[in-house]
Design a protein around this ligand. Structure first.
Ligand code: FEO
Ligand code: CA
Ligand code: CA
Length: 624
């Protein structure tokens, strides 16, 4: 069996987001309700769209001189090698592999790293990423400012996770030093990069920094002073964990999202015989976590240590980072709720209000939306963060294609009966969403907002689904799908219309040259393309991949394939979109007999997570 044939999902350490922590009646109730919704009718709708798309593809190929997606796709039979493959009009270079110093003159990569060095080096598990040009001010509502001369900026990248076997070279930590090494490999890196000729390189920078599990952070928003994030030991808040996907704001900051934070906690039971509370169970906290063993040496992560009661409530947030000021602490923005945040797609809605769409990536968990109280510009002028004051909603997808955003507000009698205050609603957002009757989804991963205002969300898979619901029609959902919705009232209202956009299974026909499974990373560009990144077992022996879709015609082409055992995730562009940054996460699952990327195949060099810098050979826009 080839390595890529045994590849499952990136979440291989344990069954993390494949677990089902939603045991609410709501989940079962929705599943029952959904029986009324004929799977056939939903699928029929999507097949009709797909068929239309196919016809449009042909029409587009015949009639369009400059198709939106015009590159030569990576052929299915070449996308399975030990090194990445890219469309022939494109090229890639490797930047910031795991272990490179964040300052060029910092401690050089050595395997395995020491805790001290790892805190000054690029972390592992590259995921969400964004580029902040230093030479161009972000203007008004424009999240992307066109400037073809941009050649310097801060690159910020999430480090989601790395197994002990890879980071430490053994399954279990044997000391606090081992735990610190693992903790320092997680978090976020901020580096400064400059284009020299055609090559992007790191430069020394006063704002380059590592943020990891022990970096001082602060809380803001409605939960800031809640007893639910205080501990008996009164320890200062530290760190960010399992930083998955991301977002960025119109005012130039980076948002990192804490996903499977639960897996780093465990119970040593030295102090008491810990059993999870219902709320802890709803967030997946378990005695042995995911096997990292941090709780054995660091009491902060020991659920049975009463001195650190509530420490776990300090994780599961969206965290704001200023890429241009390393002296500022990362800020946990509690108004956006606590769950397993995959990513945060920020857009500017009616009245210049800031809107953030977010997925909670677990089987049968939900899609959320946050809307700031007033114009983000007005709030910034008043020195109030638009991320601190606003309304949080959870999505309900109806059978007739309508949808509702249900507000998570303690003034709702259903929530008032269960929670004493709004802070509790936000800390236990999953429980509140259960009570309101949100629609259980097939693992919401990335969300992206297209210039048309349409919002796209990947639902990566759910092989435990036994009953369909309107927005999750496949039983089981082996290969995932992408839905789209359009909010009434320019993103700020409580109603939307939704439809299924793509079903991955429909790409698997024998002659298909664009087969893909398990959509995860998504990015809609300003021209009408949707970039899709995959994380899961691909068909036909393919490695994980990135494809580009013309949203209108649904013509889809494969731009990039990775290496065996990896995941392709994270996407960022320079403002001119002539450079794209994409990550190869957990190549070979750390096993040098599978791949040695980015080193040439030699069977022994430990593979390293890294960023690919992607450009068109003719200097054109990436995706064209
Ligand atoms: Fe970190 Fe759900 O991907
Ligand atoms: Ca993901
Ligand atoms: Ca995934």
């Amino acid at each position: 069996m080839k390595p890529n044939e045994v590849q499952t999902e990136s979440i291989y350490l344990n069954d993390h987001d494949n677990q089902i922590d939603n045991q609410s009646d709501n989940y079962r109730f929705n599943a029952l309700l959904a029986v009324c919704c004929s799977r056939r009718s939903v699928l029929k709708g999507s097949l009709m769209v797909a068929a239309t798309g196919f016809l449009s593809d042909s029409a587009a190929a015949n009639t369009s001189v400059n198709p939106l997606v015009g590159f030569t796709p990576v052929a299915t039979n070449v996308g399975n090698g030990r090194m990445p493959a890219i469309a022939k009009e494109y090229q890639y270079e490797v930047l910031i592999p795991w272990g490179e110093p964040i300052q060029p003159d910092g401690p050089a990569y050595q395997y395995p790293p020491s805790a001290k060095n790892q805190a000054q080096q690029i972390g592992i598990g590259h995921d969400g990423i964004w580029f902040f040009p230093t030479e161009v001010a972000v203007k008004d509502n424009n999240l992307l400012v066109a400037d073809s001369e941009t050649a310097r900026g801060m690159l910020v990248v999430n480090h989601e996770f790395g197994r002990n076997e890879t980071v430490l070279g053994r399954e279990q930590p044997e000391s606090l030093e081992d735990v610190r090494t693992s903790q320092h490999a997680h978090g976020v890196s901020v580096v400064e990069i400059v284009r020299q000729g055609k090559k992007w390189v790191r430069v020394n920078s006063k704002n380059a920094r590592r943020i990891h599990a022990n970096t001082p952070v602060r809380f803001s928003g409605p939960v800031k002073n809640s007893a639910l994030i205080d501990t008996p030991s009164r320890n200062a808040p530290l760190g960010t964990l399992n930083n998955c996907a991301n977002g960025y704001t119109p005012w130039g900051t980076y948002l990192t999202c804490e996903e499977n934070f639960n897996g780093y906690f465990g119970a040593s039971n030295r102090e008491n015989d810990w059993v999870p509370s219902p709320e802890q169970a709803r967030y997946g906290l378990r005695k042995n976590g995911f096997g990292y063993g941090w709780h054995l040496f660091d009491p902060r992560f020991d659920l049975s240590n009463t001195a650190f009661q509530n420490e776990e409530n300090r994780f599961g947030w969206v965290v704001e980072i200023d890429p241009n000021d390393a002296t500022k602490k990362p800020i946990k923005r509690t108004a956006l709720g606590r769950f397993k945040h995959e990513g945060v797609a920020v857009t500017v809605g009616k009245d210049e209000r800031m809107v953030a769409y977010m997925g909670d990536d677990q089987r049968f968990d939900y899609v959320y939306k946050f809307v700031s109280t007033e114009s983000w510009k007005v709030m910034i002028k008043k020195d109030i963060s638009p991320l601190d004051e606003g309304k949080l909603y959870v999505g309900k997808f109806n059978e007739d294609g309508s949808g509702e955003w249900l507000e998570l507000n303690v003034s709702n009698p259903i929530l008032a009966e269960r929670f004493p205050d709004q802070a509790s609603v936000l800390v236990y957002a999953r429980v509140a969403a259960d009570l309101l009757g949100a629609t259980p989804m097939d693992r919401p991963e990335w969300i992206t907002v297209a210039p048309t205002g349409d919002v796209y969300c990947s639902l990566t898979n759910n092989n435990k689904r036994t009953k369909p619901n309107p927005a999750n029609p496949q039983v089981p959902n082996k290969d995932g799908h992408i839905i789209k919705w359009h909010d009434a009232d320019a993103h700020v209202g409580s109603k939307f219309r939704w439809e299924v956009f793509l079903i991955a299974e429909e790409s698997h026909s024998e002659n298909s040259e664009h087969t893909y499974s398990d959509p995860d990373g998504l990015w809609a560009d300003p021209d009408g393309r949707l970039f899709i990144q995959t994380d899961g077992g691909q068909k036909k022996g393919l490695n994980n991949q990135m494809l580009v879709v013309d949203i209108k015609t649904k013509e889809i082409r494969r731009l990039l394939t990775g290496v065996p055992g990896d995941e392709i995730t994270g996407i960022a562009v320079t403002p001119d979109r002539r450079t794209m940054f994409v990550n190869i996460q957990h190549p070979g699952r750390g096993d040098p007999t599978i791949t040695n990327f980015p080193a040439a195949p030699d069977g022994v060099t430990i593979p390293r997570d890294a960023t690919l810098v992607i450009t068109r050979k003719d200097g054109g826009i990436v995706g064209s």
